[in-house]
Design a protein around this ligand. Structure first.
Ligand SMILES: [Zn+2]
Length: 256
């Protein structure tokens, strides 16, 4: 497998066992980008009704988006907003509450339907060449780690940005500490907290993106990183965290 960020050769790092499908997923690492890649398992994002999961976690998810939109208010005037992979539409709800003209795109029809029933503008579907519009804010929130071809996906997302548009991308962070922990087979087998073990969803998470890999992908997709640091939780954004160069997995981009 070649690295999905730099195109260079990778080395097999280990197999991840996925108990849901009873398969071993080979995981490859790029020495240049220090990112991990796999082909994952057989996943159909439309097959399962995930509304129960989202409703059970509604309060913390809404709180996270509330903090995100408070933060974004310091960067941009409200305008047109799209969330790619909008889930049940909580981001769309919070964006609208902060004055954005908000819509979402969500491949899981149960989630999209639930959002529409709540009066939100969430279309069922994947991001593709048919997706059009110009947006002042594009959110790609914990989506990129699921995408087998992240570069064409990011290019399509970048194509939705208005001239001064802002893209916010969040992925599970992979820094030196998470890398070291993830290399330990003991951690991989026994630690289920995704903050400490980035290899928790072997079938779904096909890209484990280091900051180097994320920035390479973004540049190749025509995006320029902004020097903005944000995380909704103080646990992940504090002086100790910064001094140790731990990553928070949040990125802000504009067009190149
Ligand atoms: Zn690479």
């Amino acid at each position: 497998m070649n690295c999905r960020a730099c195109g260079g050769t990778t080395c097999k790092a280990f197999d991840l066992h996925n108990s849901r499908h009873g398969i071993d997923v080979p995981v490859y690492r790029c020495r240049t980008c220090r990112a991990y890649w796999s082909d994952g398992g057989p996943v159909d994002y439309d097959a399962v009704d995930l509304t129960g999961y989202y409703m059970a976690h509604a309060a913390p998810i809404r709180a996270r988006y509330a903090r995100l939109f408070e933060h974004l208010a310091s960067l941009r005037e409200p305008g047109r907003f799209i969330d790619i992979g909008a889930g049940i539409g909580f981001s769309v709800e919070l964006a609208a509450a902060h004055g954005w003209q908000a819509r979402g795109l969500e491949p899981n029809r149960y989630l999209a339907e639930h959002a529409r029933q709540r009066g939100l503008d969430v279309a069922t579907g994947y991001l593709d060449e048919q997706t059009n519009g110009q947006y002042d804010l594009v959110l790609v929130d914990n989506v990129l780690e699921h995408i087998l071809h992240p570069l064409p996906f990011l290019r399509l997302a970048a194509g939705l940005l208005s001239d001064d548009g802002l893209m916010v991308v969040a992925v599970p962070p992979l820094d030196w500490l998470r890398d070291a922990l993830g290399r330990s087979s003991w951690v991989r087998a026994r630690v289920s907290r995704p903050q400490l073990n980035v290899f928790t969803e072997a079938d779904e998470h096909v890209n484990m993106l280091s900051r180097a890999a994320m920035l390479r992908l973004a540049r190749a997709a025509g995006l320029r990183p902004l020097p903005v640091r944000f995380h909704p939780s103080r646990v992940y954004d504090n002086p100790v965290f910064r001094a140790l160069r731990l990553d928070d997995g949040y990125y802000h981009f504009t067009r190149l």
